[in-house]
Write a protein that binds this ligand. Sequence first.
Ligand code: CDP
Ligand code: MG
Length: 699
Amino acid sequence: MAQFWRPGSARPRASLIDDEEGGVLFLSSPAPSSSSGFGYSSLERQRQRLPVFKYRDAILYLVENHATTIIVGETGSGKTTQIPQYLKEAGWAEGGRVIACTQPRRLAVQSVASRVAEEMGVKIGEEVGYTIRFEDQTNPGVTMIKFLTDGVLIREMMDDPLLTKYSVIMVDEAHERSISTDMLLGLLKKIQRRRPELRLIISSATIEAKSMSNFFQNRKKVLEHFAMDSVPNQLPAIVSVEGKGYTVDIYYVEEPVSDYLQTTVDTVLLINEKESPGDILVFLTGQDDIDAAVKLLTDATHDDKKRSSGLLILPLFSGLSRVDQDLVFAPTPRGKRKVVISTNIAETSLTLEGVVYVVDSGFSKQRFYNPVSDIESLVVAPISKASARQRAGRAGRVRPGKCFRLYTEDYFLKEMAADGIPEMQRSNLVSCVIQLKALGIDNILGFDWLASPPPEAMVRALEVLYSLSIVDDDVKLTSPIGYQIAEVPMDPMVSKMVLSACDLGCSEEMTTIAASLSVQSIWVSGRGAQKASDEVKLRFAAAEGDHITFLNVYKGFINSGKSSQWCYKNYVNYHAMKKVVDVKEQLCRLLRRFGLALKSCEQDTQILRKAIIAGFFANSCYMEEYSHNGLYKTIRSSQEVYIHPSSVLFRVNPKWVVYHSLVSTDKHYMRNVIAIDPSWLIEAAPHFYQTRSPNLALY
Ligand code: CDP
Ligand code: MG
């Protein structure tokens, strides 16, 4: 069992502060006397008790008078749910105008939108709506406050480059520096020059307000034909909302932990045993380890009746169904202690009331891209100090709390990076480049970035776009394919695969495959019976691989009349399948709009695989003759990779494969794999393989 100690308690060491800047997390402020009666007051009273309420008039004044307002405030202070309502109350949604609030995460969009609808006493999709990819819950002409992902707002610019329907755009969670947020900030700055009446709000928990302010300080003159009195001050305003977080005591492990999952479980049990009532929030990395931890914890409490009493164990991650989300946010039943095991979505985007204890694994899943090997993968990587502080802060919401860090204090002080790296600088830029090009921005390195992307990554992206025939020799989008791909709201490689399927006559099947790839997983995991689920999976498994297997599952689901019973029996995720049906429908609608016909190849899997390769030829791998243990190498960079255990080709190990994505833990694992004939690669992308042919000569 991990040993924790608390800085400031009995340990004969000099430095007892939380971080080198000397900042303990929060200064405690007196508890509002009514805080214990939180559940009993009206929503209106709750709204007025939020820290941001005191700043209501100041914020409205600044937004009125400044083109850009930067708002920094503790998570949970009411920025996301309140500010859009204040703006509406002040008239910013009058005359058919709309107030937009962007979030980097889809789940956050849904969750805050329903909260705001509830506070306003309206039905979601009417005055308050939201839009995420493949799901639009708005009513044009009626919706006044619209929550959306920053990616969706960028897409809206393709139809309406100046985003004319919005009066105020609030870019929320800006500190996360997602790739879409960074793109959006640069694009909005451009729009501001053409629309001086547009108001921007940049809000976040920990933003570097000064550099953001410098970025938005518009030195270029705004268009002259606007009367000067209608033009707001171009100097950004900054508001800092004082939080009311309580003190959080930090505990570190004495020795580095070797198995953070097991230590997490032990720590939760320890808290449950030793600490007073209060919910526990655990930060792990992704659905896989969250499912594993839920299972370990369920098993551990199952054995021991006494300890099990009271623990309500709930997962929280992006792909979670609506029903499960509601469980997480529902008040903890009397006599129970909620344990929410979450990705970093609960770090700043969502507030869980009632959390008093935080267990921080010190890791999160992050996208990393290596332009040399041209490999992008999701990697379990250490978080930054800024994240660690945010995570700890979640424990101080209702009363003083405790944070248990599963790393040593030494590690925190000496090794943890101060801040994370913006996603822009660790991503494959293919999608980003194609979207900017579609918006008419050709010189992408010359774009006004908050922080420039690495030039090598840019060169790589252009190379891929060229090989996919999305850009031509002059690096312009090709017509129609380049423009069509830019319009499909999916990864360009997936879009290319779908459009090629239209040419090859297998679009009916390919839209199903693309839709299946758009959900986290169509399989249920973590229900315990791994062996049983693997056996059931075999019934659907296609020898060609996962993509073709999706078609079998989809067929079974449709034939069952889209039955949830059927899904349960077959370890298929019902919510994911409903989503697949929905995404497929939208994709088909888009293809029809392009004037492309839907055709079936009657499951001719060779044609299907060729269409997949048309998009994914760059992800090809082969297994060497003498290879053991399922070791593959990528053709483009001889990177060592393995087939993920969730794939139907795991242990089958065909000689040549193409994968959809890589997940990296101890090794690089290929997720969603199909077996191919290598001659198809040269057929599909002769230009791409010309320079890398030595490996292809192997077959
Ligand atoms: O954006 P910020 O982190 O500043 O706060 P917020 O998300 O606007 O949350 C303000 C309050 O609304 C918190 O007390 C949340 O607990 C509550 N809230 C909620 O109860 N349910 C939601 N889905 C979202 C927020
Ligand atoms: Mg927020």
